[in-house]
Design a protein around this ligand. Structure first.
Ligand SMILES: [Zn+2]
Length: 256
């Protein structure tokens, strides 16, 4: 008896050993900090935008604790980091960026953040959302602890997508503003220990590295940082036979 191909189940993609080919028309990225999207799924976003997708970036915080100097003014740092993220978003090709101005280091998946995210989702109406895997507490291979804000952003994105954004009875105040229920069909989780799909990002790797270079305050464009990003891209690309890839855990909410 031959094994059933994964694609026999429409809720499951062809698998992680093949390049992932599904592409959303509209895509929203929801992350905790400026630079998370550029270290994370920027290659995929640039790849999809180059193929015709429209993308929007939502940063829950403005990264006001992302410095080494305790004397630094957090609000001044937030202004710098927002402008760095806007420049990087232009490089990747996002249609725009929203900053939700939640506190860095204290991001909470609470009802107020959910309402802010539902507002973004109902306004932009994405087919797919990319966020960070809320189940990653410790990074694969014992490589460190995942920032609490990354986990909170992922949980909040998931809870905003389902059921809140699609439920006609949730957040009636938003509905009165004309922000009608919206069904996000897929959630892609970056920074995951349980990848299920890999997107070929070879053609956009240089663009991702250029975007990282915009995050000057974080030294994201340093030679060591870019070497690390290149290595990770190559490691993810190798199983699907390409130079660079990004891996995600895919959650299909509404099958095609
Ligand atoms: Zn971060």
């Amino acid at each position: 008896m031959t094994a059933q191909p994964h694609s026999a189940d429409p809720r499951v993609d062809p698998g992680i050993e093949q390049p992932h080919t599904w592409r959303p028309d509209r895509l929203m990225v929801i992350v905790a900090h400026p630079d998370d999207a550029d270290f994370g799924p920027a290659g995929t976003v640039a790849t999809w935008v180059a193929a015709g997708s429209v993308a929007w970036l939502v940063c829950c915080t403005s990264g006001d604790q992302g410095g080494e100097d305790h004397a630094l003014d957090p609000l001044a740092l937030a202004v710098i980091r927002e402008s760095e993220q806007r420049a990087a978003a232009d490089v990747i090709g996002y249609a725009g960026v929203s900053f939700l101005h939640q506190p860095d280091g204290a991001l909470a998946n609470d009802l107020s953040l959910r309402e802010l995210l539902v507002r973004e989702i109902r306004g932009f109406r994405p087919d797919a959302v990319i966020s960070t895997d809320p189940e990653t507490i410790f990074r694969k291979g014992g490589r460190g602890i995942n920032h609490t804000d990354h986990r909170a952003a992922g949980s909040a994105a998931a809870d905003a997508i389902f059921p809140a954004a699609r439920n006609p009875m949730s957040f009636p105040g938003l509905i009165r503003e004309g922000l009608l229920p919206h069904r996000v069909r897929r959630l892609y989780l970056a920074g995951t220990n349980q990848p299920t799909v890999r997107v070929d990002t070879t053609a956009q790797l240089d663009r991702k590295l250029e975007a990282l270079g915009c995050h000057v305050s974080q030294r994201a464009g340093s030679a060591e940082s870019l070497r690390h990003v290149r290595e990770r891209a190559a490691n993810e690309g190798e199983p699907i036979g390409v130079v660079a890839a990004e891996a995600f855990r895919l959650v299909v909410i509404d099958p095609d």
